[in-house]
Design a protein around this ligand. Structure first.
Ligand SMILES: [Zn+2]
Length: 322
């Protein structure tokens, strides 16, 4: 027995043994502290996230309530205007079957191009990897154009270039998915708010121009287009269709010659003071980029013509709603 006590005392006095006990104590204290602190830290993080979510929810509710009021206002205006006919002027000749009758209002307010035919180059569906090349070409000719953009994350620099280099940026819906954009007036309003906010946050520009995916005369949905038009009107947004198309929205790539020839033929046949040309700066439209310098030079060679971006001085071109 004495032997055993002696042995234990010897072991307790051993420095290695004391060190082990000390380490063990430290580990136990560490584990206890962790068990106490961990829930506290997790609670603080969770509270912070709940607060943030709460703020986002409040913001979304505010936007929704605002939107709901706007939709009600549009409905009210649409009901008031229901009996009014869309103004039609059949004077403008139409060079192709694809184009429809357009509404040409009185001359735009006086501006530096008064009396000249105005040609607006408009690019839909971008930005894309082709946008930089188009911007470079426009810059080399000192020309300003109009870009009706969709939401394309990854091309932030191109949105900024469009605005910084003095071109007009317009909306062409965020998603460009017909079944979403035209699902309902609420869906259209939400999509418009999304692209408008996206452009504002990237460029600081409050967009006031819109081009409907498929144009205002598209028949891809059953929703009354007039409701969308009235909604844009209440939001202070002007929509633009086109009266000349370079034909690059087809399923195949058009040759440069075909683009130039058909475009110039349409311009020459069109008896209108405002010419709005539909082009696309989407992926796969490389021949549009190649044709652009030739088109610019041919248009500049016409008498009494100015290539201008869309502004309040440009009379909107509207397809007639059927
Ligand atoms: Zn489009």
């Amino acid at each position: 027995m004495n032997e055993e006590i002696k042995e234990n005392t010897k072991e307790q006095n051993n420095p290695e043994h004391r060190k082990r006990i000390h380490t063990l104590k430290k580990m136990i204290v560490g584990i206890l502290l962790s068990l106490l602190l961990l829930p506290t830290i997790l609670s603080v993080v969770a509270l912070g996230q709940i607060h943030q979510l709460n703020m986002q929810l409040n913001q979304s509710l505010l936007i929704l309530s605002d939107l709901s009021m706007q939709v009600q206002e549009v409905r009210r205006i649409a009901e008031e205007n229901n009996s009014q006919d869309v103004e039609i002027d059949t004077n403008a000749s139409q060079p192709t079957g694809q184009l429809q009758q357009i509404t040409m209002e009185d001359a735009a307010p006086s501006d530096s191009y008064e009396g000249m035919r105005k040609v607006c180059l408009t690019f839909d569906d971008g930005p894309s990897r082709n946008t930089d090349a188009i911007l470079d070409i426009l810059d080399s000719y000192g020309i300003k154009a109009t870009f009706f953009v969709n939401g394309h994350p990854g091309f932030e620099e191109q949105y900024r270039r469009i605005v910084d280099e003095g071109h007009t940026i317009g909306m062409h819906s965020y998603s460009h998915v017909y079944s979403d954009v035209y699902a309902s007036l609420e869906g259209f309003a939400m999509d418009t708010l999304e692209i408008r906010t996206y452009i504002r946050e990237l460029t600081g520009e409050e967009c006031v121009y819109y081009r409907f995916p498929g144009g205002s005369s598209n028949t891809v949905h059953t929703m009354p287009m007039q409701e969308c038009i009235d909604y844009l009107d209440t939001m202070g947004i002007t929509y633009f269709d086109w009266n000349v198309s370079v034909g690059d929205a087809l399923g195949y790539e058009r040759s440069v010659n075909a683009i130039v020839d058909t475009t110039m033929a349409q311009i020459n046949a069109l008896d209108a003071q405002t010419i709005v040309i539909l082009m696309h700066d989407a992926p796969g439209k490389e021949t549009t980029v190649e044709a652009l310098p030739i088109l610019i030079e041919k248009i500049q060679a016409l008498d009494n013509v100015a290539i201008v971006p869309i502004t309040e001085d440009v009379t909107p071109v509207h397809h007639v709603i059927q």
